[in-house]
Design a protein around this ligand. Structure first.
Ligand code: ADP
Ligand code: MG
Length: 246
């Protein structure tokens, strides 16, 4: 579903991602972990065509991110950001926010589909008249997910999707995402600094450090503590107690 070959991303003279490779299968849920600044968000944003200065090859389904139009890409892949408050316009109602990508892309019956999406993510048709500040943090993130699903993409790129939420709400959102992945046969790439989240959500994961990939593990290897690098082992130890609780 996703294939990245030898991706390097620069911001001026700084290299944010260096010689990065990734392959994610159809229907797989893949995790990216690593400390702040290691390049995780930059990988996702570059896949979505949001960075200019990069080299390498990025393919999603039959889209070549360098050559094909962004308009084609948004039907295949969508991104969900950490902070739904920042990603939802304060003056747009929830219904307008969800319908906007459909209107831009001339999808018929955007209103009917908006109600369908609201129900799919556990809200009701009535919620479409509310504004973002009239929802809880968890509800706002549900809306951001509904908006990301509005063009029926096959891939969701999720950047710290629960990091801004209360712990009690995090599990609800993760369970919602798992259900949606099953029901809609989606492929996920999930960025998180939290190994417990990755262990719960992902079949495989990659550990990043200083713009580079350190290693790739299966969920079973992660849970068994079966890892190659000292760096991954340190991350694992720091979160091990928490991992056992999920
Ligand atoms: P992570 O998501 O793993 O915390 P990022 O991908 O956000 O890391 O950042 C990787 C590196 O790229 C960091 O050094 C960061 O400061 C830099 N960076 C990210 N976005 C920009 C930008 N728009 N302009 C300049 N530098 C950036
Ligand atoms: Mg980030």
């Amino acid at each position: 579903m996703i294939r990245i070959d030898d991706l390097t991303v620069r911001f001026g003279s700084a290299i944010a991602v260096d010689g990065f490779n990734l392959q994610v299968a159809v229907g797989e849920s893949f995790g990216l972990v690593g400390e702040s600044g290691s390049g995780k968000s930059t990988v996702l944003r570059t896949v979505m065509g949001l960075n200019r200065d990069w080299s390498g090859d990025i393919r999603i389904s039959d889209i070549d991110v360098r050559k094909d139009r962004r308009q084609d890409l948004v039907h295949i892949a969508q991104m969900v950001f950490q902070d739904p408050y920042a990603s939802l316009h304060p003056r747009y109602t929830i219904g307008e926010a969800i319908a906007e990508p459909m209107r831009i892309n001339r999808i018929p019956d955007a209103s009917g589909r908006t109600i369908e999406l609201l129900e799919m993510i556990g809200l009701t048709a009535e919620h479409r008249f509310r504004f973002p500040h009239e929802l809880s943090g968890g509800q706002r993130q549900r809306v951001a997910i509904a908006r990301a699903l509005s063009l029926s993409p096959r891939v969701l790129l999720l950047d710290e999707p629960t990091s801004a939420l209360d712990v009690s709400v995090q599990a609800e959102i993760l369970n919602l995402l798992n259900r949606l992945r099953r029901e809609l046969n989606l492929t996920f790439v999930i960025v998180s600094h939290d190994l417990a989240v990755i262990s719960y959500m992902c079949d495989r994961l990659m550990v990043m450090q200083n713009a580079r990939s350190v290693e790739t593990l299966t969920r079973e290897q992660l849970r068994a503590g079966d890892m190659q690098s000292d760096y991954t082992r340190t991350l694992f130890k720091a979160s091990h107690r928490h991992l056992k609780t999920v």
